[in-house]
Design a protein around this ligand. Structure first.
Ligand code: ADP
Ligand code: ASP
Ligand code: MG
Length: 422
């Protein structure tokens, strides 16, 4: 008998019929003798619907009091789907109970809309499992020190599931979703994308942080820190598929460095449209300018990603960096009001219409020229690279967003990731 955590995403929980299917699948696992903890997301579209209502009432609010209420609101989506799943399980003849984050409790810090899990008390869940129940724990939510409801950031149910699995030392955490595993890139954008039967933890971490939303990055961090056996698989297989076959399907996240020498140099391509570029033009080129610009941005709690500074000409330089697209206007205003006058710089220009495309692979460690292949492919497509950033196992470029799909497809092909190349 094993302790297994299942997580079902929004599409997998998208209708009563799908919830019934989830219940049948979970009941199959429980009847095979496993202790089951299930973490559902809100039904698909529900979180967007709720947040949209808030936006209608207060289009430009961004303070902490507002964010607190957003969490109160958004957390109801998971509360509803969890209760529905418990009801569906009971209808299948399976004893089941659901708990909201605060009932477990899952404790988080107080950063509303992007809270971090601090601890999970598993006593109640264990007692229910021992009594033969399937336990449903709401995804995406927790409670802070003083009892406020918090949420973990979009896609956060993945993190809830992996954190519960880590806290309970589960034998495996299975993330059921609307694709049958982790692909070389988003299969909805590149139909030639291939499913990976395994992906290393490091690669998964880079892919998630570079924009592949198949797993929320914090869930991958948790899996790495606590060595949670983690698999991504489809919830759309027939529920009564053979359990052993199901348990071996999808993509396994591995922690041991594969000693496959023939490992692909590039394992995957990630992309996102979540960032905006800010350029400060005509900055006097002297010590301290990066600090003056980025120090002010950091003090406003705005995260910066890619940074470049041009070579100086006539004692002046240009300085560019990217921030989350939601922070674009705020950053431009902050620089115009507070930094430009003190710096004596000429101008601040913002460009929200960019995208970031990244190639990821642990094979890049031991191969030279991978980045230059990337640049060649983009130049052959006539795509201008605005910024570049690299780490040991990834290279990212910032491009005009209109080239995103073209760039991803061309790179996918050039690095031999298309299905027919397998
Ligand atoms: P869920 O609601 O189950 O959490 P998500 O929409 O958050 O599902 O994540 C699954 C989606 O992630 C897929 O439908 C797919 O479009 C997208 N995706 C992006 N990159 C990848 C990738 N490399 N492999 C698989 N899916 C990916
Ligand atoms: N329901 C939340 C969202 O849509 C959390 C999740 O689905 O993981 O972001
Ligand atoms: Mg998700």
């Amino acid at each position: 008998m094993a302790l297994i955590v299942h997580k079902y995403g929004g599409t997998s929980m998208g209708s009563t019929e799908r919830i019934r299917n989830v219940a049948k699948r979970v009941a199959k696992w429980a009847r095979a003798g496993h202790q089951m903890v299930v973490v559902p997301s809100a039904m698909s579209g529900e979180t967007n619907r709720l947040l949209g209502l808030a936006k209608e009432l207060a289009p430009s609010k961004a303070d902490s009091a507002y964010h607190r209420e957003l969490d109160m609101l958004a957390a109801t989506g998971e509360q509803a789907s969890s209760a529905l799943l418990a009801i569906a399980l009971q209808a299948e003849g399976m004893a089941s109970v659901s708990y909201a984050g605060w009932q477990v409790p899952i404790r988080t810090d107080s950063s509303y809309t992007k809270a971090r899990i601090e601890s999970i008390d598993d006593a109640k869940v264990r007692a229910d499992l021992a009594a033969g129940k399937v336990v449903i724990v709401t995804g995406f939510q927790g409670m802070d020190e003083v009892g406020n409801i918090t949420t973990l950031g979009r896609g956060g149910s993945d993190t809830s599931a992996v954190a519960v699995a880590a806290a309970m030392k589960a034998d495996e955490c299975l993330i059921y979703t609307d694709v049958d595993g982790v692909y070389t890139t988003d299969p909805r954008v590149v139909p030639e994308a291939r499913r990976l039967s395994t992906v290393s933890f490091e690669e998964m971490l880079e892919m998630a942080s570079m924009g592949s939303k198949v797993l929320q990055i914090r869930s991958v961090e948790f899996a790495g820190k606590y060595r949670v056996p983690l698999r991504v698989l489809s919830s759309f297989t027939p529920w009564d598929i053979d359990l052993t076959e199901e348990a071996a399907s999808g993509t396994l996240i591995t922690f041991e460095e594969d000693d496959k020498m023939e490992q692909a140099i590039v394992s995957g391509i990630a992309f996102n449209r979540d960032e905006a570029k800010i350029s400060v033009l005509g900055v006097p080129d002297k010590p301290g300018i990066a600090y003056q610009i980025l120090g002010a941005v950091a003090a406003a709690n705005i995260e910066v990603d890619v940074i470049i500074q041009n070579v100086s000409k006539d004692g002046k330089t240009d300085f560019s960096f990217t921030v989350h697209r939601n922070d674009h206007t705020r950053t431009v205003e902050l620089l115009k009001d507070k930094v430009l006058p003190a710096l004596g710089a000429a101008e601040v220009v913002g460009d929200p219409k960019i995208c970031k495309v990244s190639i990821v692979g642990i094979g890049m460690r031991s191969h030279v020229g991978v980045a230059s292949t990337m640049f060649r492919v983009l130049s052959e497509e006539g795509i201008n690279i605005q910024m570049i950033s690299t780490s040991e196992i990834k290279t990212s470029v910032v491009l005009d967003e209109k080239y995103m799909e073209l760039a991803v497809r061309a790179l996918h092909k050039a690095f031999g990731l298309d299905q027919q190349a397998a």
